[in-house]
Unconditional design. Structure first.
Length: 202
């Protein structure tokens, strides 16, 4: 069977406009014989050329692009996605892997700082919760914050709480990880931190 002049490829998703409550779409690469074409959910593309019994491979991206709350960054595509808008004026997104969790918290008017957030954690999880200063450099920008050591349901966790600049309200980036002795894999945290370093923007 021959395909003449053009080959129209339409992905069968109806996601034309993204809501902040919806998981960021996954991109794909279509390899058609030796031609490589980028595909995006809900977008029609036109492929020019003449193909005779072509071999086609559809390859999903390994990362998704987070674009909510005024910030963007890439994260592993296999992470689960959850958006919590139950509290008025507060938007919380959680991206959950095996060991590592990325949380973006956007407060429309409230001035929430890493210190005040860590103090709330200490009140919630008891005096055994310890804090210390912590900072990261992502994409050439330094972010200062607080590291919180806590135990939740018998599981030891580390939460690094960083402030992301914003003109109104406040934004926090919370990176939750397991201590080395609790980890399933070291590779996950290394991958997340590399992606943040390469792609975090606001």
């Amino acid at each position: 069977m021959k395909l003449f002049t053009t080959f129209l490829f339409l992905l069968a998703w109806s996601l034309l406009t993204a809501s902040e409550k919806e998981e960021p779409p996954l991109g794909y690469t279509l390899v058609l014989d030796e031609k490589t074409i980028r595909l995006a959910p809900g977008k029609e593309i036109q492929i020019k050329g003449l193909f005779e019994n072509p071999k086609a491979t559809l390859i999903p991206d390994k990362e998704r692009l987070f674009t909510y709350g005024g910030i963007t960054f890439k994260y592993p595509a296999n992470f689960s996605f959850e958006a919590d808008f139950k509290t008025e004026g507060v938007k919380i997104w959680s991206l959950d892997g095996n060991d590592f969790v990325i949380m973006v918290q956007h407060y429309e008017t409230l001035k929430m700082t890493p210190k005040s957030f860590s103090e709330e954690l200490r009140e919630s999880y008891g005096t055994g919760t310890k804090t210390e200063s912590r900072s990261y450099s992502f994409n050439g920008q330094k972010y200062s914050g607080v590291r919180v050591h806590l135990t939740l349901a018998g599981t030891k966790l580390i939460q690094d709480v960083l402030a992301l600049p914003t003109q109104r309200g406040s934004r926090l980036l919370v990176l939750q990880d397991s201590p080395p002795e609790e980890k399933v894999s070291e590779d996950e945290s290394k991958l997340v931190l590399r992606l943040l370093d390469e792609t975090l923007k606001y």
